[in-house]
Design a protein around this ligand. Structure first.
Ligand SMILES: CC(C)(COP(=O)(O)OP(=O)(O)OC[C@H]1O[C@@H](n2cnc3c(N)ncnc32)[C@H](O)[C@@H]1OP(=O)(O)O)[C@@H](O)C(=O)NCCC(=O)NCCS
Length: 188
């Protein structure tokens, strides 16, 4: 029994969840995206990926225009024991997609994490961003995170499309959007 059938059998998902999962599975079939978990020894590859992002992409990814030194400090500061970083390589073993799952807090409302993602321009539109998000959502569920959210500009059409397709709730304020994903499977 595959995980989807098992989930259905135990009633962990609603029909709406299953419809969305089927759509996601269909989209994933266009290419098989292999997502790997990265570690501290991948910092130089991460740096290369982020430094190659253009000005607009840096703005979309980090919420502000950031210079190379800010990116260097960000990559240096990633705590791989506390957070999880996922990556996708292309056939030349270049890191073309990165998702940073940052654990933020654990309080009475449950554990909260934030997800940031970027895909190299040349690799976009082939499912890498969606695959990284799906991996983050599964990781959140497996690590008992209750809420996973993202910070995006509301004009970020590709990211908003991925978020809505995944069924994230989106709140808008002052040109920013905060897609939020409830990692806990709904009970019937
Ligand atoms: C957002 C981003 C990660 C998407 O990566 P990607 O690998 O191209 O994503 P995917 O291929 O999985 O999916 C893109 C989807 O958006 C859709 N899309 C792309 N541009 C779009 C647009 N202008 N309007 C609406 N939908 C759009 C694609 O058709 C595709 O939809 P589909 O899966 O239904 O076919 C990438 O564009 C990026 O790195 N942007 C800069 C950084 C950023 O914005 N990060 C997000 C904030 S943290």
């Amino acid at each position: 029994m595959n995980p989807l059938e098992l989930s259905k059998a135990v009633g962990a998902f609603t029909d709406e969840d299953l419809r969305k999962a089927a759509e996601a599975a269909q989209a994933a079939q266009r290419t098989t995206v292999l997502v790997r978990e990265l570690a501290a020894h991948h910092r130089s590859r991460l740096l290369k990926h982020f430094l190659a992002l253009g000005e607009e992409d840096r703005l979309l990814r980090f919420g502000q225009s950031v210079g190379d030194h800010v990116i260097e400090a960000y990559v240096d500061s990633i705590d791989f024991d506390h957070d999880s970083v996922f990556g996708v390589y292309d056939e030349k073993l270049e890191l073309v997609g990165v998702g940073h799952f940052a654990n933020l807090r654990d309080n009475a409302q449950g554990r909260v994490a934030e997800f940031g993602v970027s895909v190299s321009k040349s690799a976009r539109g082939s499912g890498i961003g969606s695959a990284l998000f799906e991996r983050a959502a599964i990781h959140g569920r497996n690590t008992s995170v209750r809420t996973l959210y993202m910070h995006c500009l509301s004009r970020n059409a590709a990211m908003m499309h991925i978020a809505k397709k995944a069924g994230m709730k989106v709140q808008y304020a002052y040109g920013e959007a905060t897609p939020t994903w409830n990692c806990r499977p709904r009970t019937p």
